[in-house]
Design a protein around this ligand. Sequence first.
Ligand SMILES: [Zn+2]
Length: 335
Amino acid sequence: MLKIDTHTHILPRKLPNWSEKFGYGDFIYLQHHKKGAAKMMRGNQFFREIQENSWNPEVRIKEYAKFRTQVQVVCTVPVMFSYWARPLDCLDVSRYLNDDIAELIVKYPKNYLGLGTIPMQDTELAIQELERCKEIGLSGIQIGSNINDLNLNEERFFPIFEACEKLSMAVLVHPWNMMGEKNIQRYWLPWLVGMPAETARAICSMIFAGIFEKLPNLRVNFAHAGGSFLSTIGRIQHGFECRPDLVAIDNNIGPKHYLGKFWVDSITHDPLMLDYVLKLQGSKKITLGTDYPFPLGDLEVGKFIEDMNIDSSIKEDIFCNAPLEWLGVSKERFI
Ligand SMILES: [Zn+2]
């Protein structure tokens, strides 16, 4: 069975020293301090250590072969978004990262598909780079769950979504810049509590703004099985009904209507939860995802799904059919 992992991160082996080049800011750069490992530095601060599988395509292909998975959809690491930077500098960073991914998918067309990153803080430049992403062969873009604390319902983002629909570019919404992050540092809470909340924030912002009504052919996938959105959908629906004056101000269609109208990935780490997500979303709207190569990811590439007692056609949807439909790619490409 063809398996496509729709949520993985990759970096170029080398990153320019953008802080030096631009003369400000804590842009990420890599210190290759020992063989097969590098330190991601944010300015002078250590951010995280990464291994060779963060940049070496052949190491990744070998690791995936162990789990009989042929295709990885790669995108950058969210800390690279750089939405806080001057727009033209962020464009520069985005182009560098996108070109690296474009090269990879040309070299390994049967193993990799790519999602670009764009300067969301500047609508015009964002659309310019989105169009270029299409030209260089990327299948879509990855964006943050908020853009410098602005929610995705803001009018300035609408033309970007509109362009994604028009160009048939898939969108992955990934949590980043987590709300309240500074106050919840202990116990890794930005990742464990902040990220799922961020994704729910993004889904609610897009639904309540009516974006899926206005752009019915826009193909959006939300990371980590939609974060806390699906597990709190009852509350969100009830809130919509009991306080329409607060919630139904831009779209009078309830949130439950949108279940199965967008995609979520399978990263739940829990068969019971995935079973629930299946009931709400349907198998055609769940895509295999891992968050590889990072430790919080499903690094056995959907083994828990293989082990579930569900019909093989459901597994085929999650591993292959739903990813292909979300990305707008045909199966023949990989055969
Ligand atoms: Zn991720």
